[in-house]
Every structure is written in C-alpha cells, then in structure tokens.
Design a protein around this ligand. Structure first.
Ligand code: BTN
Length: 252
C-alpha cells in the first residue's frame, strides 16, 4: 500500500506495512528486539486493534482513513534526563507540517498533543529504552487524523474536517517524514535552544490564563514556560510550579 520513500536519509527508508496489528509501537518494539533493524525503520498499519495513547489511554482510528505509524530511533546522543527533547522535535515537525497545509491555528498542547484550534488532530506516543545514562532506543508513534470525519469525541478533528478535502495517505506520509527527520537531525546536531524556542512559540495557551486540574482540584493558572526536563511551568495565585505530565491536566 505504501510506496518506498526516497526523500529522506533514513526515516522510512525501511518501511514495514502490515494491514493490521495491535499497535505499531508494540510491533516495532518486538521487531527491533528480534532483528537488527536500521535506525529510521517505520512500521505502518491500516488498522490497530489495540492502539495506545498517553497516560494509558486507547487510540482509536477508523481502518484505512488515518495515518498510524511508528519510527525507530537510536538517540544515544541524548541523556536519559533529556527525553523531552524527542517530544519537542516530533511535535514541532507535526506542527510545521500542518501549518504548511494552511492550518495556521495549529498548536502543541503540552506535552505533545497537536491541536487545530482547540481540537486534537494528532497524538504522539514516545517510548524510550534507557541503557545506563543514555537513551538507547526510542519508538515514536504517531496517530494523525486524515480522512476520518466522524469521531466518538467532540474534541477530535482531522485534515478532512479542517480543509474539506480528502488526502492520499501515502502522499501525506511522504511530506511529513522529511520534516520529522529534519527536526531529529537538528536535535542530533545540538540545536536544542532553537527547537525549544520554536516549541514555546507553538505552545497552546502560553501566557494565557487557563483552567487546570491537579490532584482532583481545579485551578486557574498561566503557562509561563517549560523547564529543561520538559515540565510545564504554571503560575497561579503568586506561586510558580513545575508540573510533571501525570500531575496536571488541562480543562479544555
Ligand atoms: C495520545 O495522544 O495519547 C498518543 C496517541 C498515539 C497514537 C499512535 S498511533 C501509532 C502508534 N501506535 C500506538 O499504539 N500508538 C501510537
């Protein structure tokens, strides 16, 4: 179904299409353990029977309508404490891609949900294996809603809903992969500040008063920054606190 891609150096050069699997992240992790796959290997499917999201959520996607794929990276140039850098690079690439289609309202909802306006169009699940102090392997799983127009939740959207046209999944993949590769190469060459600034520029809610929830309590706060570990810095009632992903949720 997917053609071999020639417009990248390594991401997607080895492309494994399976019509159905539980989760491309799980399958790619298994394949990487069983054989010596090159960096950039990509597993893509039409149907995930147990697609996984962040925080233990499920990722639902109608067969054949959207992109669901995972990329194998070996970012051993990153220390374990720098895991957020991968989140940053992947979400920026997706954001850049959507903006290139004219979706100027695209934002990154911390840590790595991609929104158009207030609706989610893409989710990213990054699973890292740490060896010693380094990230030895990273599986970057991406679910990008393309041609689906009906969703179980009102907070989801797709390219078709936004732009009112259908897209060829192979073409979208072909356009997207070079952007992911380029963000990853920037990271590899140590351009962390550049990436961080671009991430902040595209961060949903930056410097705005928004409702959040922590430990079952609701509060209004202002997102001021992200720290070097990727924690979200929120100011509220004269306090300024750094939150881990599990500690705070947005109330959209
Ligand atoms: C989220 O927003 O919670 C992350 C969703 C990530 C979904 C993608 S689809 C391809 C890959 N395989 C999975 O099981 N999950 C990711």
């Amino acid at each position: 179904m997917y053609k071999i891609l020639a417009n990248t150096l390594f991401i997607g050069q080895k492309l494994i299409f399976v019509p159905e699997c539980q989760s491309t992240n799980t399958l790619l992790a298994e394949l990487a353990t069983a054989s010596s796959l090159p960096e950039g290997s990509l597993v893509i499917t039409s149907t995930q029977t147990a697609g996984r999201g962040q925080r233990g959520n499920v990722w639902l996607s109608t067969t054949g309508l959207n992109l669901t794929f995972s990329i194998l990276l070996r970012p051993s140039f990153l220390a374990a404490r720098q895991q957020f850098q991968l989140t940053l690079a992947a979400s920026l690439a997706l954001c850049k891609f959507l903006k290139s289609l004219g979706l100027n309202e695209t934002k990154i909802k911390w840590p790595n949900d991609i929104l158009v306006g207030t609706k989610k169009i893409c989710g990213i699940l990054i699973e890292n294996s740490i060896q010693g102090e380094r990230i030895q392997q990273s599986i970057v799983g991406i679910g990008l809603n393309i041609n689906q127009i009906e969703f179980d939740v009102a907070t989801a959207t797709s390219l078709k809903l936004q732009i009112n046209q259908s897209y060829d999944l192979n073409d979208v993949l072909h356009q997207l992969l070079p952007l992911i590769e380029s963000a990853y190469l920037q990271l590899r060459s140590g351009n962390n500040n550049l990436l961080r600034n671009a991430y902040l520029q595209n961060l949903y809610g930056l410097n705005r008063l928004l409702p959040f929830e922590t430990e079952g309590k609701r509060f209004d706060g202002i997102i001021e920054d992200i720290d070097e570990h990727g924690r979200l810095i929120i100011a509220h009632s004269s306090n300024r606190k750094a939150y881990e992903m599990k500690e705070v949720t947005f109330i959209l």
